[in-house]
Design a protein. Structure first.
Length: 320
């Protein structure tokens, strides 16, 4: 069965990925250069300041440098330079960036007084909420209940982005406009594969060395990921690094299918929940695009041997 039209099912049929870039990691690069080197001419980018990263590292981001980078890259969607633990400073940064002609997306944090959320809801149609202070799911869920209660009481439908929200429970429970996650690279980064099953609504996964998993989930891979899982497992065992792009593509597709699943069940405001793929390495997006292109060239042949490494696009030199 020819799978030339596999990528539309992935949601990247025109190779326009939804990507979250952290200014902290990409401040020495231009957005156009990042994707040009990956062979991508179109992309949807949400820029995060990287405030949480620098907070954990004990470093700082200069707001003027951040503003200059946003201007230089002509970014369309970008998040305010938030100051964790200091809601007033976060609001001051918001207003300072606006005063110089920028329109950053405001951020409301778990530890902040809800008066700030009221202010953002009354003055902006697109905002981020972050539950990074206490990441325990039960705690974050209760806090987000309060956030969305505020929204419902105001009878408005703002676009809400869940910063770092990858939890299936949270995506299912709340009508986010968009969320982001870096766990789509877990197959390459940690050697762990997790895939979403749209038939059951369950995420299944294991270590990529677990042959029994690939055998048991053969039909899932075949139906929703269009891959012969047993053959793919054999190729991984031969050359794990050589299949980083396919593993990356599977991880990205799993996240996208998760959002589509709940969009179809519950319906969403706007046009559904969008998944933004986040990663600190530019090459990750090159792997994703390479994986989609290679996958688009592959025919599903369950009874014939196929060596993924024979495809030229799998050997793409990314130049990073």
């Amino acid at each position: 069965m020819n799978r030339k039209h596999a990528t539309p099912f992935l949601g990247l049929e025109t190779m326009i990925p939804n990507v979250l870039l952290s200014y902290y990691y990409y401040k020495t690069k231009k957005i156009t250069e990042i994707f040009r080197d990956c062979g991508v001419s179109e992309y949807n980018v949400l820029v995060d300041s990287g405030a949480f990263t620098v907070y954990t590292l004990g470093k700082e981001i200069n707001i003027n440098d951040y503003a200059d980078w946003v201007f230089e890259n002509k970014a369309i969607n970008y998040v305010n330079l938030d100051a964790l633990g200091n809601a007033e400073e976060t609001l001051r940064n918001q207003k300072k960036l606006e005063e110089i002609g920028l329109n950053p997306i405001p951020v409301f944090h778990q530890s902040e007084d809800f008066k700030y959320l009221d202010y953002y809801l009354d003055n902006y149609g697109y905002l981020c909420i972050s539950g990074s202070v206490d990441s325990r799911q039960q705690v974050v869920s209760k806090w987000m209940d309060k956030c969305f209660d505020k929204i419902y009481c105001k009878n408005i439908t703002p676009k809400i982005h869940g910063l770092g929200i990858a939890s299936q429970h949270l995506i299912k429970r709340f009508p986010f406009y968009s969320v982001d996650s870096s766990s789509w690279k877990s197959g390459v980064r940690f050697g762990v594969i997790k895939i979403f099953n749209p038939d059951t609504g369950i995420i299944v996964g294991t270590n990529i060395t677990d042959r029994l998993f690939f055998e048991n989930e053969f039909e899932l891979f075949k139906k929703h990921y269009l891959i012969n899982s047993i053959e793919f497992y054999n190729n991984i065992m031969e050359d794990h690094i050589g299949h980083s792009d396919i593993l990356t593509m599977i991880g990205a597709k799993s996240h996208i299918l998760l959002c589509e699943y709940y969009n179809n069940i519950f319906g969403r405001v706007f046009d559904g929940t969008h998944m933004y793929l986040a990663d600190a390495r530019p090459s990750s997006y090159g792997y994703l695009i390479s994986g989609c292109r290679a996958f688009d060239e592959i025919e599903y042949k369950p009874n014939k041997q196929r060596d993924f490494r024979n495809h030229e696009s799998l050997q793409l030199e990314l130049g990073f």
